[in-house]
Design a protein. Structure first.
Length: 921
RNA sequence: GCUCUGGUGGUGGAAUAGGUAGACACGCGGGACUUAAAAUCCCGUGGACAGAAAUGUCCGUACGGGUUCGAUUCCCGUCCGGAGCACCA
């Protein structure tokens, strides 16, 4: 009987679906394990072989955990709101919901063929009103909350209102946009609008005017992580800076906790590092410099991490957008300053990037006084100081900061070195080391001592205080697009009002065109009757990350109409034990999700403070492109080995008509009309193509489709091969050429059960050799799965099966555990063989075989090794080793042991005929 | 510029904690079975040198040093690739 994968795979996929084999239910008698994939955005192109890599890995782990007795939750869904469907809608007029639906169907079909053990009864889609109801709900909660810095928690905004009513801002320590100070009387005297504006300064979801990344081609605002090098990640359009009123999430309030709680997560160091970098904690001090514009005196606050360098301040710099600019511009400099500001404003993000290190600036005409030295220094304005960080103003110490140095050189400002022996004639001395000089009471201290000493001084004299700043900015939360969650907010006399939560979801209305309106409003401006009680509803929609921030919680209880997740489901499933996905979400989704979870945690809706306990980033599968070489101005192609003899152009050729780098010439002629009469210069009768590793994409003709692999080799082969390709976390090129090896392996497994005449498994007792092979495999596979080293696990299978095949093992007591071991990797064939062995239930309910170590013990004799006349340790050598060889080994060990000290010897490695190696503690 | 990664045969990659480098697989070469092909199976396959052969010797994990009885693995420096951040004071 032949291994008929097509029939087997179709049959078991149908069986699992029909019997709901992977349906997860709360079961307090068993430990839970939650395995999650980053859900896909269903694009029109469908899946290529790179996409399922992570899904296969998580599926293997899920199936393994089930065998180990865990109640596994392994769901899947779709991140279905997003720009591509909407762009497509603008071009074709087709409703994004229709394209999305179609793409999802295609994705599902492709996923189903690979044999994943998802509980599809829990499928979610972010564009489903029953789902986005809870996205809107969470938004309302954030709108109705502020962040208390004392308790480090989100609290209902009503508590803040109450505090304002009784004692104003006194005693309030809340995360906010700008520091405010008013009394209870002042608060109570405020108008509705004024109160609303004040509260906006504190709400966790708030409206604010900020400089945003504006993409004119997409007609929308983008978040920082949606912009790469001045271009939009989706579409690659240029992005510029623009001031706009937007909804924002006060993610920055959580910066400290987001940073600290990284410690307890089982994530890779590099990923944690990226997040740390993005959060960007820096410890320093805020200091007040008195600044004078004519007779007017102002307190100008700056932030620095190098308080020790205050004696070297020779000028101050303000960000162009800083509020101090207006106050500190002297009349005689007004014109120059305005000209500079206009120039800075006009620049796009792209231009600023292109001009990195080009030093620009203008003198404000005012001066500030150094609070420690009393020195009078000029106040400048320059782009290199960012308004959004710190206080938007700095003290410049050109001797010890390279940016200040460049500025000082450009505008000829003085440079005062503060560290003994440093040379600042060519460049600044930025390192935090050396002995201080020219610094009054700090002289003689090391920099490390001077920093805290300077801050202490500043605090004692009321000049400033310690301060921690974060780079993490609040997330801009509105998009001027159609295909996203509507905001459940309407405006009454310009004051935003929250919608009644009981009326959620607020459904996305139908519109007839998806472009922005003629007046520049978002597409929802076209919606008729987009009002609540006659008041206009917010016209922008939420960004992509809104729907993906809490989706893992919804999977726990996907059909609950009364809560995002019930307490019971939340307390059982808690959080994701294993999360697998790409590293591209390191500073986007993975920050927002953690923030969102912490917010819900503060309000008591979830019981875990972190959403993803362990996280693995699968590497990208790259394409392996093939090239042909056309001789210039001809239609003649030359084989790669001979191409240097001609002048050629390199042309991508479809990898699907190339096998082992040999071109299928007939297929090539049919591939494109222009090649129909192509001529070839061959080597050894073949046309050999060149190759290169690139991103897998249609334009490179290197896309390999998983359906095609399933058709010719089967899903089990695809799964095994994707794992065999290399370490999960590493990027590697796909090359279909090697797939025969794993296919051969599966056929060999099959032949251990079936020969030409039928089933050949016997109940005979297994030999020690067979058991040894089996148990070596059990130990290895278990260890490898736990370590996510799936490629070596597959190799171990091949070795074991080769051994057993050679031993002609057809014994049930060996083959049964073998099939169970194999089932996470190649579930279809395993299920088939499991049933052939006489089991009625799915192999999903089998138990992971128990590892017995004693089978691995070799046949050995024990010898004593001695030196200095005493037996120091014993060593086991193969019993059949000749006496002379044993003597040689023992002598050699005695030699080595003299060097090492016998007590340090842990293990002795003996190789027949070779020198002994000694493992030392 | 800063942070993180990685560099091993023709190819993808192995090598628990510093101990036989190149497992496993692809490809390639040779052979068996077959009328033939497919399938299957067996043998060889890092390099150089010596030998008729079994085999032996030397060199080899980007490069240069170091620690160690012993380094692909640890440390320092250099070169090259990949990723992230990028005027964050």
């Amino acid at each position: 009987m032949e291994y008929n994968f097509k029939e087997i795979e179709a049959r078991w996929q149908a069986y699992w679906a029909k019997n709901q084999t992977f349906k997860a239910e709360i079961d307090s008698s068993r430990p839970k394990y939650y395995v999650l994939d980053m859900f896909p955005y269903p694009s029109g192109a469908g899946l290529h072989v790179g996409h399922p890599l992570g899904y296969i890995a998580s599926d293997i782990f899920s199936r393994y955990k089930r065998l180990c007795g865990f109640n596994v939750l392994h769901p899947m869904g779709y991140d279905a709101f997003g720009l591509p469907a909407e762009q497509y809608a603008i071009q074709t007029g087709q409703h994004p919901a229709v394209t999305t639906e179609k793409n999802i169907a295609r994705y599902r079909e492709q996923l189903d063929r690979i044999g994943f053990s998802y509980d599809w009864s829990r499928e979610i889609r972010t564009c489903d009103p029953e789902y986005y109801k809870w996205t809107q709900w969470a938004f309302l909660k954030m709108f109705g909350s502020y962040y208390c810095n004392d308790s480090r928690k989100a609290r209902p905004i009503e508590e803040l209102v109450q505090a304002f009513e009784t004692s104003g801002t006194a005693g309030v320590n809340a995360a906010c946009g700008e520091e405010m100070s008013f009394t209870a009387a002042q608060w109570n005297a405020m108008s509705e609008k004024e109160k609303s504006d004040v509260l906006m300064n504190y709400r966790i979801a708030y409206q604010g005017e900020t400089s945003v990344n504006w993409c004119p081609q997409l007609g929308t605002v983008l978040a920082n992580d949606e912009v790469k090098e001045g271009y939009s990640v989706r579409g690659g359009f240029p992005v510029e800076q623009k001031k706009m009123t937007q909804w924002l999430l006060r993610v920055s309030a959580y910066a400290g906790r987001l940073l600290e709680d990284l410690e307890e997560l089982d994530w890779t160091d590099s990923l944690k590092d990226m997040q740390r970098n993005w959060i960007g904690r820096s410890q320093g001090a805020e200091m007040v410099f008195k600044a004078y514009n004519g007779d007017q005196e102002y307190d100008m606050v700056i932030f620095t991490t190098r308080a020790d360098t205050v004696f070297g301040v020779t000028f101050m710099v303000l960000a162009p957008e800083s509020e101090w600019v207006e106050k500190l511009t002297a009349p005689e400099q007004k014109e120059a300053v305005e000209e500079y500001l206009a120039m800075a404003r006009k620049k796009t993000e792209r231009e600023r990037l292109a001009e990195t290190r080009k030093v620009t600036g203008v003198f404000s005409g005012s001066y500030a006084v150094n609070p420690l030295t009393g020195a009078k220094v000029p106040v400048w304005i320059s782009e290199y100081v960012l308004a959004g960080y710190g206080t938007g103003a700095i003290m410049a110490v050109p001797a010890h900061d390279s940016r200040d140095y460049a500025f000082a050189k450009r505008f000829d400002l003085p440079i005062i070195p503060l560290i003994e022996g440093c040379d600042v004639s060519e460049s600044s001395f930025d390192a935090k080391e050396g002995i201080m000089c020219n610094s009054g009471f700090l002289d003689g201290m090391t920099v490390k001592e001077a920093i805290p000493a300077a801050i202490d001084y500043v605090e004692q004299h009321g000049i400033g205080h310690r301060k921690i700043n974060y780079r993490l900015r609040d997330a801009i939360f509105s998009r001027q697009r159609y295909w996203g969650e509507p905001f459940p907010v309407y405006y009454k006399d310009g004051i935003p009002q929250q919608m009644d939560p009981d009326c959620l979801p607020l459904r996305l209305p139908e519109i007839d065109e998806y472009k922005p309106t003629e007046t520049g409003e978002p597409p929802l401006g076209r919606a008729k009757g987009w009002t609540i009680d006659g008041y206009p509803i917010e016209k922008s929609t939420m960004p992509g990350f809104a729907g993906s921030s809490a989706y893992y919680l919804r999977y726990m209880d996907p059909h609950n109409g009364n809560a995002l997740v019930s307490r019971e489901a939340d307390e059982y499933w808690r959080n994701v034990d294993l999360y697998i996905g790409g590293t591209e979400h390191a500073t986007g989704h993975l920050i927002y999700s953690r923030f969102w979870n912490k917010f819900l945690y503060d309000l008591g809706y979830v019981c875990e403070k972190e959403p993803f306990r362990k996280l693995i980033n699968q590497g990208m599968i790259q394409g392996r492109s093939n090239f042909v070489y056309r001789i210039i101005n001809t239609n003649t192609f030359v084989s790669v080995g001979l191409k240097d003899q001609y002048e050629t152009t390199e042309i991508h050729v479809d990898v699907n008509i190339v096998s082992n780098d040999r071109l299928d010439i007939e297929a090539f002629r049919k591939w494109m009309p222009e090649f129909a009469d192509a001529e070839f210069i061959l080597e050894n009768g073949e046309y050999v193509c060149g190759y290169g590793v690139e991103k897998m994409s249609k334009s490179m003709f290197n896309v390999v489709n998983p359906d095609m692999i399933c058709d010719t080799y089967g899903a089990d082969t695809l799964r095994l091969y994707e794992m065999f390709l290399g370490p999960l976390e590493q990027s590697k090129p796909w090359d279909t050429k090697g797939i025969d090896g794993v296919n051969r392996f599966l056929r060999r497994v099959w032949r251990m059960f079936y020969d030409r005449d039928g089933f050949i498994v016997t109940d005979a007792e297994a030999s020690p050799e067979e058991l040894k092979s089996l148990h070596k495999l059990i130990g290895k596979v278990q260890a490898d799965i736990e370590a996510f080293s799936f490629n070596t696990a597959v190799s171990a299978f091949m070795i074991a099966v080769n051994e057993l095949y050679e031993l002609k093992c057809t014994k049930r007591s060996v083959l049964e555990p073998l099939v169970v071991l194999l089932s996470p990797f190649a579930p279809h064939i395993a299920e088939e063989l499991w049933h052939a062995l006489g089991h009625d239930e799915s192999i999903t309910y089998a138990s992971f075989p128990e590892y017995v170590e004693s089978y691995t013990v070799e046949n050995t004799c024990t010898y004593a090794v001695s030196f200095n006349g005493k037996t120091r340790f014993t060593v086991e050598l193969p019993a059949d080793m000749p006496r002379e060889e044993v003597d040689a080994h023992v002598r050699s060990m005695e030699q080595t042991a003299k060097y090492v000290g016998a007590g340090n010897i842990v293990k002795v490695i003996v190789v027949p005929g070779k020198i002994v190696n000694i493992v030392v503690k």
